[in-house]
Design a protein around this ligand. Sequence first.
Ligand code: 16G
Ligand code: ZN
Length: 550
Amino acid sequence: DQQIATLLTSSAQFTPIPGFKITYGTAGFRANASVLSSTVFCAGILAALRSLKTGKMVGLMITASHNPIDDNGVKIADPSGGMMAQTWEPFADALVGFQSPEELVQLVLEFTKKEKISFGGPKSAVILLGRDTRPSGKSLLECAKRGIASIIGAVAINMGILTTPQLHWMVRCRNKDINASEYDYFKQLSKSFMSLVGLNPLKETTSSKPNSTLLIDAANGVGGEKLHEVKKSLMGIELQVRNSGKEGILNDGVGADFVQKEKVAPQGFGPSDVGMRCVSLDGDADRFVYFRVISTDSNKIDLIDGDKILSLFALFIKAQLNILQKMDDKGAGDQFVTRIGVVQTAYANGASTDYLRQLGLEVAFTPTGVKYLHEKAAEYDIGIYFEANGHGTILFSDTFLSMIEARVNEPMFSSTGSEYERAILRLVAVTQLINQAVGDALSGLLLVEAILQYMGWSIETWSKLYRDLPSRQLKIKVADRTAVITANAETQVVKPFGLQKMIDSETAKYTKGRCFIRPSGTEDVIRVYAEASTQEAVDTLAQSVGQIVG
Ligand code: 16G
Ligand code: ZN
């Protein structure tokens, strides 16, 4: 019929490069931009089918995050604003590997039959499109549109150049019938930030007042221009944006990934910034890490990574819940038991995990990749997750949201009121500020800034919350990284058999030694991570495990 004919004609113009293989990894499809047309075309079809299946709007984002400028990628956002359901990944992989238009049609027909997706029903597919600032983005977006157009009735709405979290947020809001233009996004950020800051206890001493200027490394990516927009409606903080696009090349010696991995200041930052609070975003602004330049004659930094951001968030939320708890104990409200949990990966510094447990928090571990952490965090009333690399957010359950809403609506509730009432309003502001679809550098850094002001902390005080254990990461090139299979949130190698035993006996030689290996999801390497009590020790541990692997 007409649908089949449309797919046949359109896909004939997008047959994959012979021999090219690509899989939907932890962050969607990613590769050198020059080989991606066919993949992105297929992602368009995939998004349209996903929208038909769910009966809701989905998102399609063209980005390769922190990768070099010549790369690009594509990923799908589900109606909730989260990552596409993992059960669809095998189909995604099969689809992009089609060898002929006939095969593509067959794959689509088989899958739609299995998933009971019907074409031409009363509801049509709607896909929101976004892209980052990569030069290849524009033409790849056209490929996505062609893919979407080959599903009859599917509608693409181009939202233009966005950060990845902005697109996820828009998808999430629109599916809840909430206004979700870019203007709404900025308004929500600044409104909730300012209401949070407005609820801070007044600090008498000026000495403990943190510097109001924040220096931002925008990785020469999309975050830069968006921050200029945020700034317009923001008070109580001065954002000084560097590397906002014109100063250099995207992700080249700049950005959160570079800063976190190399532990040095990015381009444009140096000794003259000693004493300043600095933050670095990645290329599509879904990650951020803080740092401070510590030396006047080198570019060495003190890194404040995702683990410490997580700790700061957890500490603040816990403090507000404690205030609520105290009042509830006095019989002020119905007892509400909030299950709060934090989620980390094996990359989390051991010192951070100790710190969080010492706060009395439940700490869960998942494999690397936002989709795993996010899913786990959603099991709690308040779930806070972060990867050490700076990707993370806070999730609130519907039960929790209705609980605080009910309290705000109590007749006696006064918004200028007691510390109890202010704690509730702070939590409300956090639920509005933090992006609950996905980790978001812009909203995340504003939450950090508000909390530092609340605590009256400098970046140095924050950094001293606990002391990171020395760690080392290595990547080892191997013939076949898929030969390594891990379990227990990537902390144990189950295949090849015997390898874990060797790692264990090596690790046992070191005080506070910890080490794991895992196949990368984004590069053709095995990653080694090690921790020990001194830098020398951990370097040796990582080296020797690296030798066992390679
Ligand atoms: C992707 C993931 C990130 C993870 C990284 C690990 C998303 C959106 N991004 O960038 O969470 O930390 O991969 O890379 O899930 P690796 O597997 O190469 O170590
Ligand atoms: Zn990113």
